[in-house]
Ligand binder design. Structure first.
Ligand SMILES: [Zn+2]
Length: 179
């Protein structure tokens, strides 16, 4: 059975992020409006083969429904793009990128944040993302795959993980990881 993927804006979560980052607080109603528009778009999508596609590759079942918290962007001083526990996605960007970020975090959640043991010479961020990107390559269509590589182009750790996946092959990385 497919799990439910819900999307929400939480003012209290957004406010907490601002309070810890120690910058002036924004207009939360305005931020909520930005997120609501993206939530409406998301809720119109065919729901929801996201999780099933990932499960079919990893053979690991998601164990519970997932709520993604949307925020327009992080307050200054906080440098993540998205995080998976709790799942928080920055949505003031093209909608296709929002979907890619959600898929990325879903893979982390599905793997329970397990990381690959090979490639000890690579950075932690690269090692963590080799298996994530290999799974994504199997899940994505061509457009999503190219977009993801573009989104990762600015960050050496993420970029290197894609290079390794392209060089070794996603199927081989996945079968080595699960065997
Ligand atoms: Zn990640």
């Amino acid at each position: 059975m497919a799990i439910n993927i819900e999307v929400k804006y939480s003012k209290i979560l957004d406010k907490l992020l601002y309070l810890v980052s120690n910058v002036n607080e924004p207009d939360y109603n305005e931020r909520k409006k930005i997120c609501s528009d993206v939530m409406t778009k998301f809720n119109k999508l065919e729901k929801n083969n996201f999780s099933e596609k990932i499960e079919s590759i990893t053979k690991i079942k998601f164990t519970k429904d997932i709520i993604f918290y949307f925020i327009p962007g992080w307050p200054k001083n906080i440098r993540f793009t998205a995080i998976s526990d709790p799942p928080i996605i920055t949505v003031q960007r093209p909608f296709k990128e929002v979907i890619n970020l959600m898929m990325h975090e879903l893979v982390h959640i599905n793997l329970n944040n397990k990381s690959i043991k090979d490639f000890p010479e690579e950075s932690k961020i690269t090692r963590r993302h080799i298996i994530v990107h290999a799974i994504l390559k199997e899940v994505y269509n061509q457009d999503q795959y190219l977009l993801d590589k573009k989104m990762c182009a600015q960050d050496n750790g993420f970029k290197k993980a894609w290079e390794i996946v392209d060089k070794i092959g996603s199927k081989k990385i996945i079968s080595d990881f699960f065997n």
